[in-house]
Design a protein around this ligand. Sequence first.
Ligand code: ADP
Ligand code: MG
Length: 574
Amino acid sequence: MIGMVIGLLGHRRQVLTLCVMSALSAVLQGAALALGIPVLRESLRHDPGAAARWLLPLLAVVLFYWLTYAVAENVGSSMQPPLRGRLFDLLSDKILQLPLGWFDGTRPGQLTTLISRAGTTTQLAVSAVLTMSGALLPPLAVVVGLAVFAWPIALTVAIVAPLILLVQIATTAPTARSEAKEAMAEAEAGSRIIEFTHAQQPLRVSARADKGLRSVEKALRERHSAARQHILRTALLLKVSGLAVYLGYLAVLVVTVLLSAHSNMDAPTLVAAMAFAIWTLRPISDLPGAVLVWQSTRRSLQSIKDVLDEPTLPEPTVDDAPLPGVPLVQLSDVTFTYDGGTAAVRQVELTVPTNSMTALVGRSGSGKSTLLHLISRFWDVTDGRVLIEGVDVRNMSTATLMSKISIVPQDVYLFDDTIEANIRVGRPDASAAEFAAACRRAQVDAIVDELPDGWQTRVGAGGTLLSGGERQRVAIARALLKDAPLVLLDEAASALDAHNDAAITAALGQLRQHRTVIVVAHRLETLTDADQIVVLDDGLVAETGTPADLLARDGLFAALWHERERARGWRLTS
Ligand code: ADP
Ligand code: MG
């Protein structure tokens, strides 16, 4: 664990000083106690002079103990802030570098737990060193002292103590397992709660709110039972190890009785040795606690290390220069496989001319979102190339790539801030006129007119005050304000109300006049407006062409089109 702390967080000198000082103070504490043996013995022999002679070294040892312990504690507490600071720096730097695709599934929950515990992890690491040396070393020093005065009793302790320790280590292993299970259940419950609160809108629209709630309840039940199992197991095992300590006491008493019968040790020696031997066994019962702290700190450090060791996407030091006159986006022979799965998209060829609108269509799971994510480099392609302005996205820095792309995701996340601030994220230095124009085009004015505080209305965490369609309009305004040539838009798959539907159509129409747009299309209006339709089927490009061409071909696109028409309950007249 100490190696891990130094490896992760540096501060080698302070960490080593802490270890040396706490070990030294623990040994001195033991030595002070060991010096109590002759003091007690001489007192029982009614020889205060001899007893007093031992008091002077005892006093010196106590002073040194106090001094080293104070230094250890001081080093321990003064290195807290820098260690914590370093840990947060490392984690936040890493979060900024991790591929965007990393943040899915249970990751946000794990990360939340990890970061909220990071502060206590460094504290635990320090207290683990102190408690471990405090539990282990003083008894050792006392046993050495006992050996001088009554070696058979020292020998008994030397045999019994490791046995007790073995029992205790054997009993802590299962608690480590149940603790790990509890931690996993807790992360899972955290993720389900985050998902449930974020996905209220889609869940309700699809009338599945109770299903979402059920998965939260299930996760909470599992967490509860994991916690219960951990507590019960820990309590039981602590009782077993407590019993081992009492059996150790008994062994010391038996040996003392035997010595009184069969040796020529006097009563004061026997009494003093027995008293301190019994004392020695007591701190051993602190060891399981210390071992638990030690192990759980190690696990926390390991999970931090795991996140820090996650591979990041390599970045070039210099960007390749964009090529003039090439189509804005080109995908050539692109194949992508999520970890261990089958390919989500295969051998995709796609050319998106500058200032055009391309609609991606296909059944759920056909790879539409994956394709958008590859263009914005959430992940790197497994095979093939993604080119923007003729440059492979892998040969662009993240900053360059992000300056060329605006993303309007299916489920828009807004910051808990005002509407205005949320749109200005697109380009903080935009003028008032530019801001107003973007909002008008994206039809955000209409939303704002209805809100109590106008532009200064706060949208709530994640933007929950607005409906899904309204959030998408805010995100489109953000994209219009940002001067990026390419907009990637993942349309809401669920039906929008008529008002939002019309507003989104209008906003999209504005967007395509000024930008190159690639949209995962679910609405008939978007499909009729597109310059080019790309139909995906199980990761492969099945059809490409204009809406009219593809309808005439009467293939997969025509089938999807008619499905959607029926769902809408009306027909377009040709
Ligand atoms: P669409 O957007 O067309 O519904 P996706 O691009 O989301 O489809 O998914 C394509 C395929 O990749 C699906 O089989 C889906 O299960 C899989 N997939 C999507 N995201 C992930 C992920 N993060 N990890 C593993 N598999 C994924
Ligand atoms: Mg999708």
